[in-house]
Design a protein around this ligand. Sequence first.
Ligand code: PRX
Length: 565
Amino acid sequence: MPSNIGNPEERRRSFSWSDARKELGFPEDSHNIGWYCSDRICDLGMGEKTALVWETADGRVARFTFNDLRVYSNAYAKHLSGLGLRPGDRVAVFLERVPELYIGMLGGMKAGLIMQPLFSAFGEDALEKRISNAETSAILTCRKLTFRVRKIRERCPSLRHVIVCDPGDLSFQEGEAAFGLETAKPVESFACYPAEPETPSILHYTSGTTGMPKGALHVHGSLPAQALTSKWVLDIKDEDIYWCTADPGWVTGTSYGIIGPWALGATQYVLEAGFIIDRWYRAIQDQKITVWYSAPTAIRMLMKEGEAKAKQYDLSSLRHLCSVGEPLNPEAVVWSERVYGLPFHDTWWQTETGCIQVTNVPGMEIRPGSMGKAFPGVTAAVLAHDFTEICEPNKQGLLALKPPWPSMFRTYWRNPSAYESKFKNGWYLTGDRARIDEDGFYWFMGRDDDVINTAGHLVGPFEIESALLEHEAVAESAAIGKPDPVNMEVVKAFVALKAGFEPSRKLEMSIMNFIRKKLSPLAMPQEIEFVEKLPKTRSGKIMRRVLRAQELGQEVGDLSTLDDN
Ligand code: PRX
């Protein structure tokens, strides 16, 4: 079967965004993502096509057509507008992977609201920080998570509406009300907010080295980029059953778990449950998944279970495999080719880029371990520390992209200086290091900052350190990423205790649990080392690089700025 992209080199040579819009058949006059992903697909005569195959945690399967997406996203749009929410207001989505999440996101965008997806695993502090920063007005949630939302309401006065999709016998407190698909009435027509390309659509929080997580603001005009990369990189075709394993709390789950595939009218499968190997293989077998977009940690877990496990299932429906979020080890590419008969195609991008930027595409040589080449229309480079381009092949530098592109973030919410600091000499700095080989293939070399990548999720050390300081026993702390064979990195914390506290296994467990509940299971340190004091610069900044080097048994490097050196 020919790939959608055809000849990648030719596409790179002749690319223009206006041709791309034509290829996608996108009209010029409306840009509302909610409308594109539902009404427009119905207008094209595909209203009865399955848009979503949803499998519950307990194994039941429900199906939604594009017409269902259309009328129920209208219902959400009408309901949210009826509450007095106005275009530009922020609405958080704090749900597990249930249809209300996907349809609620489309509905909110139809009403011109800025949707703010949040991981259901977030603890109180993680939730509060993001809602306070965005001054979020409403939150879509479920009964189970309502109890966590209640804990932050007092500290988040902007949050006026808590919308519970499955209240059962929950007795509501002030500002809480029910709205979900069980009871919502389909709404035939809703006048979508006439979004311009620059109208904000989604606010995704992401972690950096310094400060609290930052809200990367995206716009409705991102759509052609997400749709085109879904078409050319993920190679999604009309007859495909596509499965993106990412949660929409993560940008992969919105750009490629909602927007891109549905803008193409594709059928998506969603599994409510998390990673359980037999359920994953059974899903591929029973739902006849053809295109599968996953992440290296999951692939490594599949590899750990071995070929024999894969052979217990009929995985012959698979046609195209892609991966994102962390470096994809060369062995994983070779293994998947042997076991599934198909290589995983590595794709590289970020919350800030909104869509795939450097990638392997169908029809192109795969060099296992390489992220591939720049997507057509993308100008990428590696830069020296003075932000000039390195032209010599294989020399490592800062991975940078030439702005603009349609799905690029437009700012960090209420943090313009952090946004500006990402641009130097006409380049957007990604925070990653890479090298480009003599044939133009990109190789990931690591992060250029202290951000921890655990199982594909970025965790900011500062957020963990701030939370650690709230534990009664902690005087000061530092968090680093420690290499891990499955999760790429896990969080390790160095902790100096307050007077009167002694290191013990019990205290270690208490600190770990404290972070798990406050932030999330991913941010929880897997290891805690008690220390007398932490290495700091003379100005008092903790030198995480010294701790990291010691941990890895590497040279510590220049210590001239170290306090009491
Ligand atoms: O460090 C890179 C890593 O994940 C970062 C972006 O994380 P986030 O904004 O959460 O978005 C992840 C999903 C798009 C990058 O700066 N990363 C992402 N993809 C790859 C990767 N590292 C190596 N190889 C990749 N393919």
